[in-house]
Design a protein around this ligand. Structure first.
Ligand code: ABU
Length: 365
């Protein structure tokens, strides 16, 4: 197989660990707190409700934006000093505070903080996710100029059909307290229309794992399967997170043959057989010795780190047990402060999306 180096393709990334050459890093400026709604309730920690009641429809408090923005800039510096080209979304052409209206509903926007949720690079294809939250309906426009630039330079661009997000798209009888009925996981999104967030997929070369979640349904998975091409195999997995939204705190590939799992959600018997020869490494419990309130996510942002390559990993500086574990497996860790970004719903994996990693498309199984 001919090796495709980064300089040959403007967009090229096949897994989570090949050497990173170009990446999009999100921004928090202009972020708006969503108004409390059933889709949000499906995955938000219960304690977060009062935050949404207080700030819903308003900008995130200034101090939160400033502190998170500083941490994003710190991430950018670390990436640039490692030789990675960093691009940022444009928020001058989109005002997230503005109320927009479709034939079925009205909403404001959210932010352009989490490019991983909305754009997934598979080989040389930029896949634009349709999303499942009304507040994220127009978020992609913060990235469209960048995507147009990559397209003009030869990348492929695949945009999934957006669901109407009308009331009928959501399961009206869903409640997070009844997320498991007779052993079957329930989700707030129905199967009425195609839906997925890019962050429910994780890439291992020609094999891609995906989970159904409160933003990703079976139709969405089937749409990706049919559109990305016959060289890829999509494997659906189902782990123990009762309120799933995004797989990147559940299983995280570290490199060929090494998979980090979240031991509180992943039962080893549910890991597909193809991983039988891989080292399955259990992540340590998240460190909670800091004051970040988590409004959109579980505690497991610990695992939401970013690999520069299959030896170097950028990690939140408080996560000492994780760093010790990774170092004991031969990785170099690069600690940076990132806990002020956590309340926006992710850590540095969510805050970025690969544009180019040097390497080849291959099977690791
Ligand atoms: N967006 C990543 C959050 C996943 C989690 O709540 O663990």
């Amino acid at each position: 197989m001919k090796e495709l180096v980064g300089t040959e393709k403007v967009v090229w990334s096949c897994n989570e660990w090949d050497p990173l050459e170009e990446v999009i890093v999100g921004v928090v400026e202009g972020a708006i707190v969503p108004v409390w709604n059933p889709a949000l309730q499906a995955t938000t920690p219960k304690h977060a409700k009062s935050f949404f009641e207080k700030y819903g429809g308003k900008p995130f408090p200034k101090v939160m934006i400033e502190e998170a923005s500083k941490e994003l800039d710190g991430l950018v510096k670390v990436l640039e000093s490692a030789g990675v080209k960093v691009r940022r979304p444009e928020i001058t052409n989109i005002d997230f505070s503005k109320t927009y209206e479709t034939p079925w509903w009205k909403s404001q926007g959210l932010y352009a903080a989490m490019p991983r949720d909305i754009i997934m690079v598979i080989g040389d294809i930029m896949v634009e996710a349709p999303m499942a939250w009304r507040s994220r309906y127009f978020e992609i426009f913060a990235y469209r100029n960048l995507m147009k630039e990559y397209f003009n330079k030869g990348a492929r661009w695949l945009a999934a059909p957006k669901p109407s997000m009308a009331d009928s798209f959501y399961n009206q009888d869903y409640h997070p307290d009844r997320a498991m009925i007779d052993g079957v996981k329930q989700f707030v999104v129905s199967e009425a229309e195609i839906a997925f967030d890019a962050a429910d997929f994780v890439r291992f070369g020609t094999d891609i794992l995906v989970q159904k979640s409160n933003v990703t349904n079976a139709l969405g998975i089937e749409w990706v399967r049919r559109h990305i091409g016959p060289e890829y195999t999509i494997h659906e997995v189902n782990f123990g997170d009762e309120h799933p939204m995004h797989i990147d705190t559940t299983i995280v590939p570290l490199g060929p043959g090494k998979l980090l799992i979240n031991p509180s959600w992943v039962d080893k018997k549910d890991i597909p057989k193809m991983f039988d020869s891989w080292d399955i490494i259990e992540a340590p419990a998240p460190v909670k010795a800091y004051d970040s309130a988590l409004y959109f996510s579980s505690d497991w942002l610990t695992m939401n780190f970013l690999s520069i390559d299959d030896k170097k990993i950028i990690v939140e500086e408080n996560e000492r047990p994780l760093m010790d574990l990774l170092e004991s497996h031969g990785f170099q860790t690069i600690p940076i402060p990132f806990r002020h970004f956590y309340p926006f719903g992710g850590s540095m994996h969510c805050a970025t999306t690969d544009i180019r990693r040097r390497g080849i498309l291959q099977s690791y199984f």
